[in-house]
Design a protein around this ligand. Structure first.
Ligand code: ARG
Length: 463
């Protein structure tokens, strides 16, 4: 085992099993480019504040760039002997440029460094996530536009409730995903604050220019309390929460796809590329991808509980427990990202079974509310209309017929407010067209809303 930087106060070397147990390199190695960028900004500042000379800065910066190239090309010799990514980079630098490399840790500690690296790393991920979420919205809005007037059953309590347009249903999904996008945009603000300069916990006796480093790294501001800064992992919890919300939404979408694809519903088909067969039943086409996304949601929720539990008993300031934040979070990012990236293709290749959708949307007295509203438009109090229509439904059920099968005479026996225009009102197409306000299901309304979403996304480069 090599001598690690903090080892001089020890008389014994770290037990090899303990080193293996406590190292985090296998997890935090992904932070290498953030770590190097942070150090480049830090040494720029050290030079401008007079703590190192400009030739030292140049040597260090060139050395760090070499380390970055080696790491990017998979040529850097990483070693768990150095515990984590930060010490590996420092050691690689020293082995390239010599002792001057040992100056990089002036005025900082790994406690503020890891918090800074992680914030930078997550900030980049937020940008990737936002792109993915927008991709999904773009697909949904385009498919919704195509299906702005396709009839579809709307459910409450998993029972057919009222006819809607398929496009309207897809735009409901789009709203969920849009909220995830907004949540991430807000998250980006709170993540974009720089802890560096807090050092171990109390700051440093050196005069630093923290704002200069923050500016160079694109941070909006610097943290205001060094003790909080090194022990704050709220941004990790926020990210785990965002992942959970995204997965909750994807899982609900997938649950609907599983149901709709079920031959008992027969409402949509997923492209064969997203389904699998059975090893024994030759007829099967199973919705494995939506099922897997639904299933992976549990693990991502687990990360949220994991990180909250990790933090709940920690006294200020840094505690080594916090090293565990990354394995929890990175796993949830990997899972969420892999699910997000499958969605656009799966949604754009899904097809609607129009005949079935129309027939289910027209079943189960789905226009009963339209009938009640018809009576109330003619002056009947809504509670009374509701009651009258309930009686009509009971009558139909007894005769095993639908509302549209009733004769005018039958209908008028329940209320003489009913006139010849009633059959049009009972038509599901009339029903959807009559709901044309903002956020309602009418084809016109779906067209307007899809167009607005497409316009918003085209403005930022979607094609
Ligand atoms: N690998 C550590 C982590 O991820 C870096 C900070 C180490 N700090 C310390 N005081 N041991 O948390």
């Amino acid at each position: 085992m090599k001598n690690v930087t903090w080892s001089s106060r020890f008389t014994k070397q770290m037990d090899a099993d303990v080193l293996e147990f406590s190292q985090s390199l296998n997890i935090d190695i992904v932070l290498f480019s953030s770590d190097i960028n942070v150090t480049i900004a830090h040494v720029d500042m050290l030079e401008s504040c007079g703590h190192i000379t400009s030739s030292e800065k140049k040597k260090i910066t060139n050395g760090l760039k070499k380390v970055l190239t080696l790491a990017e090309n998979g040529k850097l010799k990483w070693s768990v002997d150095f515990e984590d990514v930060h010490m590996n980079i420092e050691n690689a630098l020293v082995s390239i440029i010599g002792d001057v490399g040992k100056k990089i840790h002036l005025g900082r500690s790994r406690n503020d460094l890891v918090a800074t690296d992680l914030r930078l790393y997550l900030r980049d991920f937020i940008d990737l996530y936002i792109d993915q979420l927008r991709d999904i919205q773009f697909v949904l809005a385009n498919v919704a536009m195509k299906h702005s007037d396709s009839l579809f059953p709307g459910f409450t309590h998993m029972q057919v409730a009222q006819p809607v347009t398929f496009g309207h249903h897809l735009l409901a999904w789009c709203e969920m995903i849009h909220r995830d996008e907004i949540r991430l945009i807000n998250n980006r603000e709170s993540i974009n604050i720089m802890p560096l300069g807090s050092a171990a916990l109390s700051g440093t006796s050196l005069k630093l220019n923290r704002s200069m480093v923050a500016k160079a790294l694109g941070f909006k501001s610097v943290t205001k309390n060094s003790m909080d800064a090194v022990s704050d992992r709220d941004f990790v919890c926020d990210f785990a929460y965002v992942n959970s919300m995204i997965m909750m939404h994807l899982s609900r979408i997938c649950e609907e796809l599983v149901l709709w694809m079920n031959p008992q519903f027969g409402l949509v088909e997923l492209d064969e590329g997203f389904c699998t067969g059975s090893s024994i039943m030759p007829q099967k086409k199973n919705p494995d991808v939506p099922e897997l996304i639904r299933g992976k949601t549990g693990g991502v929720y687990g990360s949220l509980v994991g990180i909250l539990t990790l933090m709940k008993g920690l006294p200020l300031t840094y505690n080594r427990d916090m090293q565990e934040d990354k394995s929890i979070l990175f796993e949830s990012i990997d899972t969420t990202m892999s699910c997000l990236s499958l969605m656009p293709k799966m949604l754009s290749t899904m097809s609607l079974n129009k005949d079935n959708a129309t027939s289910i949307a027209s079943s189960s007295f789905s226009t009963a509310t339209d009938l009640a509203e018809y009576l109330s438009k003619k002056g009947m109090p809504f509670r009374t209309s509701h009651h009258v229509v309930g009686d009509i439904v009971k009558f139909c059920e007894k005769k095993s017929i639908q509302l549209k099968d009733l004769s005018l005479k039958d209908l008028r026996s329940f209320s003489d407010l009913i006139e010849t225009d009633i059959h049009k009102v009972l038509d599901p197409l009339t029903s959807i067209k009559s709901r044309n306000g903002v956020g309602e299901t009418a084809p016109q309304s779906v067209k307007r809303e899809s167009a607005a979403i497409i316009k918003r996304l085209k403005k930022i480069g979607f094609k």
